[in-house]
Design a protein around this ligand. Sequence first.
Ligand code: SAM
Length: 281
Amino acid sequence: MDGTTALGGEPAPARGYLLDNARAEAGERFVWLAELFDGVTRGHFDRLGVRAGSRCWEVGAGGPGIPEALAAAVGPTGHVLATDIDPSWLKTGGGYEVRRHDVATDPPPEPGTFDLVHARLVLVHVPDRARALATMAAALRPGGWLLIEDADTALQPLACLDDSGPDQRRANRLRDAVRELLTRRGADLRYGRTLPRALREAGLVDVAAGGAFPVGGPACDRLEAATIRHVRGELLAAGLADDAEIDAHLAAIHAGKLDLTLAPLISAWGRRPAEDPSALG
Ligand SMILES: C[S@@+](CC[C@H](N)C(=O)[O-])C[C@H]1O[C@@H](n2cnc3c(N)ncnc32)[C@H](O)[C@@H]1O
């Protein structure tokens, strides 16, 4: 918890993004998220036609992986804008522009100009998701693509699919505890499945979607360890876990026998309608 106390003595509910970028574990998480999902995301960029000269806005970029991949794809004739509420893990001089921007409240930068706007694992944490989607859609040029990727942790809530012993069952209990913390911060753990409808409701056309999730491996282990260390204080303060349980879980991860997995990442895309030439003039 953030230690604030409301008038009247009741602890105020913690607000805002749970896994904030101010902690070193956030940087570790970006490395392992990139390892797990950048290949999936880059495949969508290729299919949606990102190429030399494209203009792209990466929303809630977190680490440098995706902005660097986009900068390499668009080359010197293109433009990549990478934004975040806390852009401290992004690199200036990396071939992309960095700006602090809150997609929940700030207006679109350079409205009506982007060939691609992308956000991965961002909107699930944003309370007013419809407004954030509208901001991103307003940044697209006519015919430009919006690609949104978000987990649906309610679709597959387990940390260990193979629930074979006490270590695995503890891992699943702690995954539930982290999901509870996210819910208390306003995250929508069923958001992924709503993306195609949300994109249509934002006025986009040619909407389609797919899903992907890793099942075990070192990157899942390292991501889990960084996440648990990141939220350890919050888990303890909320009474959702104790030190012994967290230490035993970290030791089991380190032993490499859990085959940890993640929730499916739902990727959905849609296009701003091209301007109707008959409407001109
Ligand atoms: C789970 S991380 C994902 C980072 C990156 N997109 C990825 O997939 O690796 C969520 C990121 O969204 C950012 N974020 C959260 N709320 C935001 C908001 N309202 N506006 C912009 N960025 C936000 C966080 O600071 C963090 O960098």
